[in-house]
Design a protein around this ligand. Structure first.
Ligand code: GLP
Length: 242
């Protein structure tokens, strides 16, 4: 695993966007695995700036997102589909038909999950962008006794509900379940790029990088990926560097 040290969130975002840009430049029809949460927002802003400056073209790029809340339509302002449109897709020239995310409203969860895995397998991700939850989750792969490989429906932990409550009017509105790409879906990507910012992630960052590979810290599985880069800012590195 490669660790890149960033000064702060702004620096981290620029570095992440530069890496993503290089993938799009080298392979204009690349497949980007994209993430939600606050961590990648700055990188998305930098990508929009590059698009607006005319240095990036997303017309042939395909996007495959990690996860979606169960029960939220793609129009709901807390859905991850809405997040991706407002933070990135609406501001660049990506074809909406090439932007994939599980449906939160499917009436056939098993079929939806199996179809998502077939899609991931057919597309093959060139770069998967990730954040990390305070409990070590990636996508919505929560701490568990095993790594679940395939796209599945997950019951969110209290830690995750609490962490994500800040995006909702109140905690009761946070959906209790989500669909998430599984560990295979993430690990099949040719390259992985994780962005980690802030002191609330400092303990779990150290655990993920230096602890055993353990499904109780889902992100620790990234130690086994042949091409994984982590960009962390000073606050996130505080425990590792102590
Ligand atoms: C959510 C997402 C994850 C994300 C995590 C961390 O739970 N499903 O993909 O990594 O939040 O979010 P943040 O970056 O806001 O800390």
């Amino acid at each position: 695993m490669k660790l890149i040290r960033a000064k702060d969130y702004a620096d981290l975002s620029i570095k992440a966007a530069n890496i993503i840009s290089s993938v799009v430049t080298l392979k204009p029809d690349c497949v980007l695995g994209l993430a939600t949460g606050s961590s990648p927002v700055g990188a998305y802003e930098e990508l929009v700036k590059k698009y607006q400056a005319g240095v990036l073209d997303f017309s042939r790029v395909k996007a495959v997102n990690l996860d979606e809340y169960v029960g939220l339509s793609k129009e709901h302002d807390q859905s991850y589909a809405y997040f991706m449109r407002t933070n990135l897709f609406d501001h660049i020239n990506i074809d909406p038909a090439n932007c994939h995310i599980p449906s939160g409203l499917t009436d056939d969860p098993e079929g939806e999950c199996a179809a998502y895995d077939r899609l991931i397998s057919d597309l093959g991700t060139d770069l998967q962008l990730l954040g990390i939850g305070p409990n070590g989750h990636i996508g919505f792969n929560e701490p568990d006794s095993v790594f679940l490989p395939h796209t599945h429906c997950v019951t969110l932990t209290e830690t995750t509900i609490n962490a994500n409550a800040r995006f909702f009017a109140n905690r009761d509105e946070v959906p209790r379940r989500a669909y998430t790409m599984g560990i295979w879906g993430i690990m099949q990507a040719k390259r992985i790029l994780m962005v980690v910012s802030g002191s609330s992630k400092a303990a779990v960052l150290k655990e993920m990088l230096t602890g055993p590979v353990d499904p109780n810290v889902p992100a620790s599985v990234l130690q086994l990926h042949p091409d994984c880069t982590v960009i962390a800012d000073r606050d996130a590195l505080a425990v590792l560097d102590r």
